[in-house]
Design a protein around this ligand. Structure first.
Ligand SMILES: C[S@@+](CC[C@H](N)C(=O)[O-])C[C@H]1O[C@@H](n2cnc3c(N)ncnc32)[C@H](O)[C@@H]1O
Length: 268
């Protein structure tokens, strides 16, 4: 049985994310309801959230991508959603995606094992869900995805890369985008988020960056130009700041437009 202390520190951030989603789900003005998040976070996730503090950014991001997936599914009706670094993401269970949609979830095998064990007999996905255990930074995960049944030529794909890029070194971010792009037929959508490069250098971010480094999950990568980055891989990106999206949703996020982070909806 995989225990929380057998997850590496970056994998443990998936438990923090689940804990924040569990907390959000209890609010009267909740931005979404994730009834499985508390089970998936467990006491380890609650402990991480206690150290980290309430993080509305994860709530705003989750709601934004819930809606963006809806938009992507309406546009061109892709039958594949690939969640890269899925962690404790429960969208295959809670978005009501129809049975003809396949959700591929990529993450480290021990993360997916833990999730499947915790949800076994508790909940069933509404669509077809396929877990693909890989190391996204080193393995050729494209091959593993193909072995799991994914064919790029079958049509457009919606990709979701949420809460991952900051944990990768720049060459790994570029390699990831390269591989996603190579597997994306015309009409595909890419949904992702980035920490601003400016944040990594900002004095006010030092306590946060120190905490992440102490946890063994340092933030390594950021960009202030997501549009240009994605254009280099053939994507037309619409970029918004977390601050703007949060304001629309009635949630204040620190850092303003320049430092709060970027959410991206891209098409090709
Ligand atoms: C902050 S969590 C986000 C999880 C999920 N996207 C969400 O929003 O709930 C980061 C995730 O990235 C995964 N991850 C980071 N580096 C990885 C790698 N090299 N290979 C596979 N997964 C990785 C971790 O295991 C973890 O589940």
């Amino acid at each position: 049985m995989t225990q929380h202390n057998e997850l590496d520190p970056v994998a443990r951030t998936a438990l923090l994310t689940a804990a924040q989603r569990a907390r959000e789900s209890t609010r009267a003005d909740a931005l979404f309801h994730d009834p499985l998040a508390a089970t998936l976070a467990g006491p380890p996730g609650a402990g991480l959230l206690a150290d980290f503090g309430d993080t509305p950014l994860i709530s705003v991001r989750t709601r934004f991508f819930d809606e963006a997936i809806g938009r992507a599914m309406e546009h061109g009706s892709p039958h594949r959603l690939v969640i890269v670094a899925a962690g404790m993401d429960t969208r295959a269970y809670r978005l009501g995606l129809p049975g003809e949609v396949t959700v591929y979830e990529l993450d480290r095998p021990e993360v997916l094992d833990r999730k499947e064990r915790l949800l076994d007999g508790v909940a069933a996905p509404t669509c077809r869900r396929v877990g693909v255990g890989v190391d996204l930074a080193t393995a050729d995960w494209g091959e593993a995805l193909a072995e799991a049944g994914f064919r790029a030529a079958d049509g457009p794909t919606c990709w979701l890369v949420e809460g991952l890029n900051q944990y990768l070194a720049e060459p790994d971010v570029l390699a990831l985008l390269d591989r996603i792009s190579a597997l994306s037929a015309p009409g595909s959508r890419l949904l992702t988020d980035f920490v601003p490069a400016a944040l990594l250098a900002a004095p006010e971010a030092r306590p946060l960056l120190r905490l992440m480094a102490e946890w063994g999950a340092p933030w390594l990568y950021g960009t202030d130009e997501p549009e240009a980055l994605l254009a280099g891989f053939g994507w037309r990106a619409e970029v918004r700041s977390f601050a703007e999206v949060g304001e629309e949703l009635g949630r204040w996020l620190p850092g303003g437009r320049e430092l709060s982070g970027w959410v991206v909806e891209a098409a090709r």
